[in-house]
Design a protein around this ligand. Structure first.
Ligand code: UGA
Length: 433
């Protein structure tokens, strides 16, 4: 997509080459803008400079190589160096959960401190990091640069489809006390063709938390309903489809799984609750969604442990928090696996994004191997916990000759249950009847 003809090229700084900053920088460069991407981690910077990304993202490395070659993208170590020449400076640093559930803004504020005396006169500072409502105002006060407008421009991209989500977002949200600055930021993304919501900073910040907490709530609802369906002997896949075809409900985010996780939904749901608590408002629905997620994971653990039996052996298929990413932060699969290990079960994990003998998994008590077949050898249960496409097409007859018992548990609705049954497996779980 080349939008250079629609938008005058601008000079843009992006601070933080993570899951959000890198796609933002690349897509803006592909729209014809001149982009400086600041990253303090030298290994990550060196990888990017040579056209490689640490993240597994379709289309990212191609775009990276293309934009580096076109001379529209440059990497720097310091945020100040990236910002000096830029009319727009996007801050895309992590805002992890602090000890009290609130977002930890220390990285964000240290970038603001670093930028204070280096932002060009009249530059626009844009926050893409996910932050509690009121943060943009705090940034403006801390920055002490009345000539610099602060714009909140939350990000809605998903890991694993970061490039296409950035190229074709559902909406662009820009919030600022300075409407012209907000519109100027939206204009950078004009080639996406996405509808634009122009608002104040607090609303823009709340839209982001509100969206992620809504998605989490929707998932807790379908997961709880899936638990009920399996106990009633109902068909979970048909249930999900039957609900989702109603456009008022919508079919996306209606796939049951072993609970929702990842680096964003749990963090943002907790942070939203803290914001509500500070404002004296009860968000009991979001509280219930978090509690339901934990209860649902307990149910998944009980089911797998019950199938495997005491000291049973479980082949865990998938450890990343969802397919198409190697990110394991707050992975529901690992949350389930941890509890199974605590119950005395023996776990052997296979995930296409994880090399055999992964030390981090070993520390959790899981051995990791290089194929489904190796994981299945001697297993009492084969359990799918992440929906990697290759798990849809397993050689069940071959696996039947390797396992101790022909039991399969599908938490993602990914197995070909008929093929598994034809090979003599009993298939249980959220999507199996
Ligand atoms: C999420 C949001 O979807 C993005 O819009 C947002 O920009 C991002 O957080 C963020 O705040 O940065 P992401 O963390 O990449 O994106 O993951 P999701 O695709 O939302 O999945 C979250 C969890 O829900 C995963 O554990 C996934 O397996 C689970 N899930 C998702 C289901 O179990 N079923 C579904 O139908 C969809």
């Amino acid at each position: 997509m080349d939008g250079a003809s629609r938008t005058a090229p601008a000079s843009v700084a992006v601070v933080g080459a993570g899951y959000v900053g890198t796609p933002t920088a690349l897509v803006l460069a592909s729209f014809g803008h001149r982009v400086w991407l600041a990253e303090r981690d030298s290994a990550r910077r060196a990888a990017l400079a040579s056209g490689r990304s640490m993240a597994l993202e379709e289309g990212l490395e191609e775009l990276l190589v293309e934009q580096l070659a076109a001379g529209r993208l440059e990497l720097t170590e310091r945020a100040a160096d990236a910002a000096r020449l830029a009319s727009f400076c996007f801050v895309c640093v992590a805002t992890p959960t602090g000890p009290d559930g609130r977002a930890d803004l220390s990285d964000l504020f240290s970038v603001v401190d670093e930028l204070r005396s280096h932002l060009a006169p009249g530059a626009i500072l844009v926050t893409k990091s996910t932050v509690p409502p009121g943060t943009a105002e705090e940034i403006a006060a801390r920055l002490g640069r009345p000539d610099v407008a602060v714009v909140s421009n939350p990000e809605f991209l998903r890991e694993g489809s970061a490039i296409s989500d950035t190229q074709r977002p559902d909406r662009t949200v820009v919030g600022s006390a300075d409407e012209a600055a907000a519109r100027a930021v939206a204009e950078l993304f004009a080639p996406t063709g996405a509808p634009v919501v122009v608002t104040d900073t607090r609303t823009a910040e709340l839209i982001k938390y509100g969206a992620n907490a809504f998605l989490a709530t929707k998932l807790s609802y379908i997961n709880s309903l899936a638990d009920l369906a399996t106990r009633l002997g109902a068909d979970v896949a048909a249930l999900s489809r039957g609900l989702g075809l109603d456009p008022r409900i919508g079919s996306s985010f209606l796939r049951p799984g072993p609970g929702w996780g990842g680096p964003c939904l749990p963090k943002d749901a907790a942070a939203l609750l803290a914001v509500a608590e500070d404002a004296g408002v009860s968000l009991s629905l979001v509280e219930a969604a978090i509690a339901a997620n934990a209860a649902h994971q307990d149910a998944v653990v009980r089911d797998i442990a019950g199938l495997a039996g005491p000291q049973g052996r479980v082949a865990v298929l998938g450890v990343s928090f969802k397919a198409h990413t190697r990110d394991r932060r707050d992975s529901p699969s690992l949350a389930v696996a941890r509890q199974l290990v605590a119950e005395g079960l023996h776990l052997v994990a296979y995930d296409p994004s994880v090399p055999a003998g992964d030390p981090e998994l070993a520390a959790l008590g899981l051995s990791s191997v290089a194929s489904v077949a190796e994981a299945a050898r001697g297993a009492d249960v084969i359990a799918a916990l992440t929906e990697w496409p290759e798990f849809a097409d397993l050689d069940w007859a071959g696996l039947g000759g390797l396992v101790a018992r022909r039991l399969a548990y599908d938490a993602r609705g990914i197995f070909d249950a008929r093929a598994a049954r034809d090979a003599g497996f009993r298939v249980l779980g959220l999507a199996a009847r």
